[in-house]
Design a protein around this ligand. Structure first.
Ligand code: BTN
Length: 246
């Protein structure tokens, strides 16, 4: 179900950032903002779109990007930046705290009041990286496919308030820039520690593709190190089921 675009997706005010937003391009429609960002390049370039015709998520899934309902954007980095997949959800969480109970969830999601509101997809081609972020903003329950309705939410659904995507975009880019400054200044260890703590996964019993065990730690790549009856396993991708509380 699509809706009229409520306001053109521009930036509410100029950004006073160091890296992120060196240029900001907003399209009515792209296949995927990650594709466009990787094709164009330019460190700090932000590519946003009102609609993606082939938006994608992790594990080759498609990412529903209906016209005007959410914030779909990507940021380009021209050299590898370790820790981006951890830093980005922290930045989004910090902004979304103003809209409900925002938490990060392994591997790179942000939940608002217990449901997924944001996903992150980092893709690289040679030395160029696109950090893609999708945030559900104006959606109502009917806007999500049936199978996602009990797991997905939007900023407006969770908060019961009207959200201006232009302001949200600005706020997220500013927070993201702070995290990029931190990472480029050698702050990976701090971000890694903050993220490991925030996603509250260490010490929990999980199941993943038939393997069950206790999460010992989260490694530098964000993979779970799990102690199982058959020894240590490393889980970087896929769905996990959390079996009991920490
Ligand atoms: C996930 O949770 O599976 C990750 C979803 C990432 C979606 C965003 S929307 C902007 C960017 N462009 C894409 O095609 N995907 C990411």
């Amino acid at each position: 179900m699509s809706k009229t675009i409520r306001q053109p997706l521009t930036l509410a005010t100029p950004l006073n950032t160091t890296f992120v937003g060196s240029r900001v391009l907003v399209y009515e429609e792209v296949t995927s903002t990650n594709d466009r960002a990787l094709a164009l390049g330019g460190d700090g370039l932000v590519v946003a779109a009102d609609m993606q015709t082939a938006g994608r998520g992790r594990h080759g899934r498609s990412w529903h990007s209906e016209p005007g309902l959410g914030l779909w954007f990507s940021v380009v980095f021209e050299r590898p930046l370790e820790g981006l997949p951890l830093a980005a959800p922290l930045a989004v969480r910090d902004v979304l705290k103003a809209w409900g109970e925002a938490i990060v969830k392994w591997p790179n999601d942000v939940l608002l009041n217990g449901r997924k509101v944001c996903g992150v997809l980092v893709e690289s081609r040679r030395n160029r990286t696109a950090l893609g972020i999708g945030i559900n903003v104006h959606h109502t329950e009917d806007d999500f496919p049936f199978e996602l309705r009990d797991r997905a939410t939007s900023v407006e659904m969770a908060s019961g308030r009207t959200c201006d995507r232009r302001e949200l975009l600005r706020d997220v880019l500013v927070r993201l820039d702070e995290r990029v400054v931190q990472l480029r200044g050698g702050g990976f260890a701090q971000i890694h520690a903050e993220w490991s703590e925030a996603c509250r996964i260490v010490g929990r019993r999980i199941r993943h593709e038939g393997i069950e065990g206790i999460v010992q730690s989260v490694d530098r790549d964000g993979a779970l190190v799990v102690e199982t009856p058959k020894g240590r396993e490393r889980i970087l991708l896929g769905e996990i089921i959390e079996l009991d509380g920490a």
